[in-house]
Design a protein around this ligand. Structure first.
Ligand SMILES: [Fe+2]
Length: 438
């Protein structure tokens, strides 16, 4: 990336002698606050002294992205090898605490989310096996508790669950994961919608969130009653079989809720209409005799979360699509429809973190990068274009920065994201230690 990790002492000296410094890269502290703007010219030693006091010992300087060091006459100072520090050859990454802390936080949230997810999965397994055994009955209290716990966690970090690997191996496993995913993706979206556009559409009562989330969690409950030979069939379904699958929402799903004497529209609307048309004339929807204007916004959110999760999850027979491709397709399909669909779509796009921190992406030149902030995204590029770990310490790069784009640093939108576990051997030692330290 053409950047040089330079000791802060050396930079302080340059500024004290009347020179100036420009990093070319935005510098963030552990609170995710930008402390140095990439284009800022630093000629006040206090800025650097303050960073040093916060424990920062090096700063990346990227000449390729417009950074550099200059003396008081404005002549560029070449950084000497002695000015550089390579923390990967020293002691782990203790020397760049802001990144260390950031990755620590990402990994901690990931661990907590895994625990919550596994617990929810155990509960949905029980609910599904009850439905199977009794032909529809389940313990509503258990569903309510599970969803309440998920909501509490979403309240502390709305994108926490997007950090988890979305890999599934069997149909049952898919159904469990999919229930949790649609709930944890859809809920922050409907909350956003209600907060921003709710008044306009008469849908701004936060008290309703729990029931809506329960509807998301249980939206596919009717699938449990579809004969297994159809659900697990390898190869395409016949027209008749597909007709049976379609009933999982408006017929079998409704049957499950009737059997449990549940008729709250906030819950059951998502169950029966999550495959219904979002706008007039939308094709391949069922049931298709319902007016799109009658479908409430929270069901439309459910539909988007359902499509998004189905396409971005890795199934045993298919690779996941890259989330940006999926969101772009959703946008192309649903933008410029009626006002409500537009607001639902906007809420979805602004909430769903397309690039969850903690995941690994590929750049168009084949290099791999670890995401530390979904806005940008800001990444640490850690391999060369052949997938060989870089020896030098990776610095954060904002991929939305025009300089990054002009330096050829852009994401490969066709290759799906992966996780640090999957590319374990390609991670530089220091980064690996930070990610897997606990
Ligand atoms: Fe469905």
């Amino acid at each position: 990336m053409g950047h040089i990790n330079t000791s802060i002492d050396r930079l302080i000296k340059i500024v004290q002698q009347g020179g100036s410094v420009r990093t070319g890269i935005d510098i963030y502290n552990s609170e995710k606050t930008k402390t140095i703007e990439k284009t800022a010219i630093i000629n006040d030693e206090n800025i650097l002294l303050k960073l040093k006091a916060e424990g920062i010992q090096i700063l990346p300087i990227s000449r390729q992205l417009g950074g550099g060091t200059w003396d008081k006459q404005g002549l560029e100072l070449k950084l000497r090898p002695g000015d550089q520090i390579n923390p990967f050859e020293k002691e782990g990454l203790a020397e760049i605490p802001e990144i260390d802390k950031k990755i620590g936080k990402i990994e901690e949230t990931k661990r907590e989310a895994t625990v919550k997810f596994e617990k929810a999965k155990k509960n949905i397994k029980k609910v599904i096996s009850d439905i199977k055994d009794t032909g529809g009955e389940f313990d509503y209290g258990q569903v309510e508790n599970t969803v309440t716990e998920l909501l509490d966690f979403i309240n502390t970090d709305e994108s926490a669950f997007s950090l988890l690997t979305r890999e599934i191996f069997s149909y049952d496993d898919y159904l469990y994961n999919h229930s949790i995913n649609v709930c944890t993706i859809g809920t922050p979206v409907i909350k956003h919608f209600m907060g921003k556009y709710g008044k306009q559409f008469g849908m701004d009562d936060p008290e309703k969130i729990k029931e809506i989330s329960i509807g998301y969690f249980m939206h596919d409950a009717g699938k449990v009653l579809v004969p297994e030979e159809i659900l697990n069939k390898k190869g395409p379904l016949t027209d008749e079989e597909f007709e049976v699958v379609k009933t999982h929402s408006y017929q079998l799903g409704m049957q499950v809720f009737e059997k449990n004497h549940l008729n709250d529209p906030l819950i059951i609307d998502s169950v029966r209409w999550h495959h219904a048309p979002m706008f007039k004339g939308e094709r391949r929807c069922y049931p298709n005799d319902v007016e799109p204007e009658k479908i409430p916004p929270y069901v439309k959110v459910c539909k988007l979360a359902d499509i998004y999760d189905a396409l971005t999850s890795v199934r045993c027979y298919k690779n996941a699509f890259n989330p940006i491709e999926v969101v772009t397709d959703l946008f192309t399909k649903y933008a410029k429809k009626d006002k409500l669909v537009q607001k639902v779509l906007l809420s979805f796009i602004s909430v769903v973190g397309i690039y969850p921190p903690g995941s690994v992406v590929f750049l168009s030149n084949g290099q791999m990068a670890y995401i530390i902030d979904s806005r940008g995204p800001i990444v640490l590029v850690f391999s060369d274009d052949q997938g060989v770990p870089l020896k030098r310490q990776p610095d954060p790069i904002d991929l939305s920065d025009p300089n990054s784009v002009s330096a050829g640093l852009k994401l490969d939108h066709k290759r799906p994201m992966t996780t640090p576990v999957k590319v374990y051997n390609k991670l530089p030692k220091g980064l690996r230690e930070m990610i897997f330290s606990k």
